[in-house]
Design a protein around this ligand. Structure first.
Ligand code: 5GP
Length: 114
């Protein structure tokens, strides 16, 4: 059997992770190495899909749930606008082969005050 992914281990509470949101099938954690003021990873709870091409074929509704959660996070933590990035393959920068979306957004100035 293959080892659980780092994201599954976070989901199971085996290693720490900063949980931002979750649904029945999807969860979201802050990236440990943020590349933007808001940098959250949106991840299916199942790790059966390696990348978004597999997910889009295997369970398009789950992909839609990821997009919906990304939108909610961008609304809750920024102004609702966001970049959504999937790295596909090691040479494209993918390092964890449990499909995940990077949600990147700026924080509204009003949220920085007070
Ligand atoms: P990829 O390069 O596969 O598209 O993205 C993997 C992401 O997972 C990276 O941005 C990396 O910073 C993040 N990451 C790797 N290990 C951990 C971890 O233990 N905790 C969290 N929160 N993020 C991680």
């Amino acid at each position: 059997m293959t080892e659980p992914s780092i994201f599954t281990r976070i989901l199971n509470g085996e290693i720490p992770g900063d949980l931002v949101a979750q649904t029945d099938r999807v969860f979201a954690i802050r990236d440990i190495n943020p590349q933007a003021p808001v940098h959250v990873l949106v991840i299916p709870k199942t790790e059966q899909y390696r990348d978004v091409t597999e997910l889009a074929t295997g369970d398009p509704a789950l992909l839609a749930e990821m997009v919906a959660l990304a939108k909610q996070i961008a609304t809750d933590h920024a102004n609702g606008e966001f970049r959504l990035i999937f790295n596909n393959g090691a040479s494209a920068g993918q390092s964890v082969f449990h499909v995940h979306a990077h949600v990147l957004a700026d924080i509204e100035e009003s949220r920085l005050v007070g």
